[in-house]
Design a protein around this ligand. Structure first.
Ligand code: FPP
Length: 257
């Protein structure tokens, strides 16, 4: 169990004693809130509220299991096109999450980082995010990256523009452009690539999520809707991940050596 963690809302009976693989960086496409709500005759916002409870559970389980980075896809650049009521409901939830979870995140050594085009968020939310990012900047228990107003293609284009700027100013010759330099211009610059990507709700797509970073990630799809995703589901994903052989283009025999 992780050191210096306090009152995590984890089911210790399920998590304690788990000795399977633990990915260093887990990224999650949290899908199925709308369907979860519909099945219960509730509106979509209620589904997102239940999704926020599942966020707390996964954040704290990952912290407990000593995952280094957890990235959650909370709101895509394309999600701005959803009905106004739903968008504003989600923004209220993000604001509430930052406020409500602040102390728990800090107390448990979690560093928050938000990735995406935050200029589209309200000034109030931008301020709340910046404030918690700076208050948690020195925490080294786990990094929680939340993708909000995030698009993988946008991120790649933004990196290209930044690189073009460097080349134009003569700061870096084009011949020196390589994968490492490119990665350094992404939102995720200081972070290892995801080893495992989980998508809930039975959909099997990447949906513009971390397009550059998932080049060699293992993908895990589950039919469970996001609000129902709990500790045992997380461990099932880790167990499955532990059975994979990551080859990075080499042969199975080479990797086994
Ligand atoms: C996708 O499900 C989910 C979202 C677009 C929102 C994700 C937000 C949360 C889990 C809640 C708050 C998050 C944080 C970090 C506090 P969907 O609505 O597309 O589901 P559907 O496909 O069943 O309609």
């Amino acid at each position: 169990m992780a050191d210096a963690v306090q009152d995590l809302t984890v089911d210790e009976e399920v998590l304690d004693g788990y000795e399977g693989a633990i990915p260093r960086h887990v990224a999650v496409i949290m899908d199925g809130n709308g369907r979860w709500a519909k099945q219960r005759g509730k509106n979509r916002i209620r589904g997102h509220q239940a999704g926020a409870d599942a966020v707390r559970c996964t954040v704290e389980s990952c912290r407990y299991l000593e995952v280094e980075v957890l990235t959650l896809y909370a709101f895509s650049a394309q999600n701005w096109g959803r009905p106004r009521r739903e968008v504003s409901g989600l923004m209220t939830l993000f604001n509430r999450y930052i406020k409500k979870e602040r102390e728990r995140l800090l107390r448990n050594g979690i560093r928050l980082q938000v990735i995406g085009d935050r200029s589209r968020l309200s000034k109030k939310l931008q301020k709340a995010i910046a404030n918690l990012e700076s208050a948690s900047a020195d925490n080294d228990g786990m990094t929680l990256q939340v993708a909000v107003s995030y698009g993988g293609r946008d991120e790649i284009l933004r990196a290209c523009r930044r690189l073009a700027g460097l080349a134009k100013r003569g700061d870096i010759p084009i011949e020196e452009f390589d994968e490492e330099l490119f990665s350094s211009q992404l939102y995720t610059a200081d972070c290892i690539d995801p080893e495992l990507v989980i998508r809930t709700s039975g959909e099997q797509r990447i949906s513009n999520f971390l397009l550059w970073q998932v080049a060699y990630s293992e993908l895990y799809f589950t039919k469970t809707l996001w609000p129902d995703f709990d500790e045992s589901q997380l461990l099932a994903a880790f167990e499955d991940y532990g059975k994979r052989q990551r080859r990075f283009g080499k042969t199975g025999e080479q990797v086994a050596e």
